[in-house]
Design a protein around this ligand. Structure first.
Ligand SMILES: Cc1cc2nc3c(=O)[nH]c(=O)nc-3n(C[C@H](O)[C@H](O)[C@H](O)COP(=O)(O)OP(=O)(O)OC[C@H]3O[C@@H](n4cnc5c(N)ncnc54)[C@H](O)[C@@H]3O)c2cc1C
Ligand code: SF4
Length: 699
């Protein structure tokens, strides 16, 4: 399938009418940044600090800056100091955006092991104090809401520095030059990246064919109906043409994923691995100790599942409570949502959340990158670079990625201003500066901790969490990463090659079928301490325009690469060629998709027959349901028949053993877990209409 067909399906306008041929406006900028998280905003601010006359545009898919941001969050302020100065007391007067919402200073940190029976999910009575690893020292740090902090940082970027921040505008597709005239990003890096950074020592590939350049990004179209016809509000997205594009989409970004694959940026890396965090914010009237930090291990996670919980005492009597589960969990019957609810049943946590003195205010979930240094793709590509979690710079031992995200944003910004002043579109100096930065040293020192949880490598008798804790303890206290070895996340080169371009993801490969696993019997919820999923979801205030194409696309693997060449889109100054409503699905594209129904049917078959419908339990928003298909094939409406003959035929054939998949896309909170974990690897998360999604404010 060529790029044009793919983008038709992945841009929100997609294949049912020829959206790419709808004339769209172009806007040109010096630097385009996709994502107004810590990485994107730090980059934007630093560019303006260095050269205020450069035009810097930041696109943000959330309706407001911060509304799609969820994190712990203990902030290590090093990069913030670098960006805005060390004297916090001057921020308000200097930047004119009020006091920075830095919550409270981190106080005492402790770590406990929660006892309990994880086969029946019955909590034990004890919370055993265990030594705190040195990375968890939080002296000088702050406990914040990252959503609130980025909202403030966005204002500083916009109001003080003149960055153009556009919330509600999602980057939906990458535009590449038609000609492959650029040097491959691997020139001068082939063999070096693996040797110096990721530890993946493979023979250097000295073939460096010329490649295209990233010219910018298309924002998502608005006003396309569920049946792929333009409605009265239809507005084609803009083409943001940029000299340089920085991708700051956070973990598993949809554009980042496609660019990594397009330029084989993970050619000398391990595949990315992920954690999945579920969080609630509670208001408590008793037992609140501002600044207190507790990390938990043990219950509710079994000995083969990586992860742990946190309890951060924020300001204003708020408590941030959460659980991170390694997405490589094996048992398809696992429900991270229920795990988290059960965690609150443990007396250690239950005692904090008494119904008479506490109240749950917020809920949400998000994946985070855990692969560390080994999984970092080459950071630059022709015309841009990956920053923050788009690349994967979380320090998983500390569960901190804000300072590294901001740090890489700053490094990329330095390189971008330099490149622009010499009319270059290469950011390879950003990659070089990363290698000598404290971020690299920090990630290098902890590189073996996460993979040690599979130590000794993936044998049947690996020590699981206990082995990992033991190794991590020794490494953190004595070795400090100064070992000649670098553990891999993969078992062998074959597995690395198989999942290095993110599909099938390594985490999906780790999932075991139901034939070798046992169902987990979760005890009932105990509202208001623990509740069903939809009650929790209502706290996210999630909204998506219902009449739009599903942004969770069922696709086959090769299709999951987003990208279009410049000549494949029509720009306004090229004139009107055809009106959108006349260019319908009778295009060769839609005619040539006889397998759409088969995809859906295969999805249901694989996921139900081998994984008991994993997504029904994994998704933290109840988006996926496998339901009885009671419908007899109903005759399609006249309009549908005319516009989408193939589609209607498909819908009627997509069930398997009388079960069909229902995707409640309007509930999606953009955590990206389904795209990573689905065993059939056929779900691609793409951006919905701009502004849709959760409305986080204190997460
Ligand atoms: C549960 C959890 C707990 C964590 N705890 C901590 C902690 O205590 N301390 C810490 O330092 N770190 C923590 N982290 C990690 C930290 O949150 C991340 O490393 C950090 O937020 C990464 O910043 P970023 O800017 O790269 O990405 P993000 O913060 O994810 O921001 C990305 C932004 O880009 C937007 N975006 C994405 N795609 C598009 C698109 N196509 N178009 C337009 N906009 C787009 C998103 O809406 C979002 O606003 C935690 C993470 C999680 C998930
Ligand atoms: S549909 Fe996917 S991205 Fe959306 S909330 Fe569910 S798992 Fe997360």
């Amino acid at each position: 399938m060529n790029g044009q067909k793919v983008i038709r399906r992945l841009l929100s306008t997609t294949s049912r009418f020829n959206a790419l041929q709808t004339p769209r406006a172009t806007d040109s900028t010096d630097v385009l940044i996709v994502g107004a998280g810590p990485a994107g905003l730090a980059a934007a601010i630093r560019i303006k600090q260095l050269k205020s006359d450069l035009r810097v545009v930041v696109l943000e898919k959330g309706g407001e800056v911060g509304s799609h941001i969820l994190s712990g969050c203990v902030l290590e302020p090093t990069a913030l100091y670098d960006l805005l100065g060390k004297d916090l007391s001057t921020y308000s007067s200097k930047y004119g955006c009020g006091e920075p919402p830095l919550g409270v200073k981190a106080g005492r940190s402790e770590m406990v092991w929660l006892t309990g029976d994880t086969s029946s999910m019955i909590p034990g009575q004890r919370a055993i104090r265990i030594p705190h690893p040195p990375q968890m020292n939080n002296k000088g740090n702050f406990i914040i809401s990252l959503s609130a902090f980025t909202r403030w940082l966005g204002r500083v970027a916009e109001e003080h520095y003149g960055v153009e921040v556009y919330p509600g505008f999602a980057g939906a597709g990458v535009v590449y030059s038609d000609e492959s005239t650029e040097d491959s990003p691997w020139v001068e890096w082939g063999g070096k990246w693996g040797k110096q950074v990721t530890g993946v020592n493979i023979p250097p590939d000295n073939q460096h064919p010329q490649v295209p350049r990233v010219l910018g990004v298309l924002t998502n179209d608005v006003g396309i109906s569920k049946s792929y016809t333009p409605n009265s509000t239809y507005t084609p997205g803009l083409f943001f043409q940029s000299k340089l594009t920085l991708l700051a989409e956070g973990a598993h970004g949809s554009l980042s994923k496609s660019i990594i694959a397009k330029f084989s940026l993970r050619k000398e890396s391990e595949p990315q691995t992920y954690g999945f965090g579920i969080k609630e914010v509670w208001s408590v009237n008793e037992g609140h100790i501002p600044g207190k930090i507790i990390h938990t291990l043990g219950f509710p996670l079994d000995k083969n599942t990586y992860g742990g919980g946190w309890i951060y005492h924020m300001d204003n009597n708020l408590i941030s409570l959460g659980l991170v589960v390694g997405v490589d969990w094996e048992n398809p019957y696992k429900s991270p949502y229920k795990d988290f609810q059960m965690m609150k049943h443990h007396p250690f946590i239950r005692s904090l959340l008494s119904p008479s003195t506490s109240n749950r205010l917020a809920y949400g979930a998000r994946t985070l990158t855990e692969g560390g240094l080994q999984s970092l793709p080459l950071l630059h590509f022709p015309g841009g670079a990956l920053i923050g979690d788009s690349a994967g710079t979380v320090n998983v031992a500390k569960i901190k990625g804000v300072h590294t995200a901001m740090g890489t944003g700053i490094l990329a910004a330095n390189a971008a201003t330099e490149a622009l002043s010499s009319n270059s579109n290469s950011l390879s100096t950003y990659t070089s500066s990363f290698l000598t930065s404290p971020i690299h040293s920090e990630l290098y020192s902890i590189r073996n901790l996460r993979p040690s949880f599979h130590f000794p490598s993936f044998t049947k008798h690996h020590l699981g969490v206990l082995g990992g804790i033991l190794y991590s303890g020794i490494d953190s206290l004595f070795l400090k990463g100064r070992t000649p070895w670098t553990f891999r996340h993969t078992q062998n080169e074959e597995e690395r090659k198989q999942s290095v371009d993110s599909a099938p993801s390594l985490d999906s490969l780790r999932t075991k079928p139901t034939s070798v696993t046992n169902p987990i019997q979760y005890p009932p919820f105990e509202p208001p301490l623990s509740t069903d999923l939809l009650t929790s979801l209502s706290l996210t205030d999630t909204f998506h325009e219902e009449d739009q194409p599903e942004h969770l696309r069922l696709l086959t693997l090769p299709e999951a690469k987003i990208g279009v060449n410049l000549s494949e889109i029509r720009l306004e100054d090229e004139g009107e060629e055809e009106s959108p409503s006349t260019s319908t699905s009778t295009t060769p594209d839609s005619q040539s998709q006889p397998s759409r129904s088969q995809h859906r049917q295969n999805h249901v078959r694989i996921n139900l027959s081998h994984y008991a419908g994993l997504l029904e339990r994994a998704c933290p928003a109840g988006v996926y349901e496998y339901v009885e298909d009671t419908s007899s094939p109903s005759p399609p409406s006249k309009n549908e028949t005319e516009n989408h003959p193939q589609e209607n035929e498909d819908e009627n054939k997509s069930s398997w053993k009388n079960k069909k998949l229902v995707i409640n896309a309007q509930n999606c909170i953009h955590c990206k877990l389904c795209d990573i974990k689905v065993p059939s690897q056929d779900i691609t998360w793409s951006v919905p209409e701009g502004g849709g999604g959760p409305k986080y404010t204190i997460t």
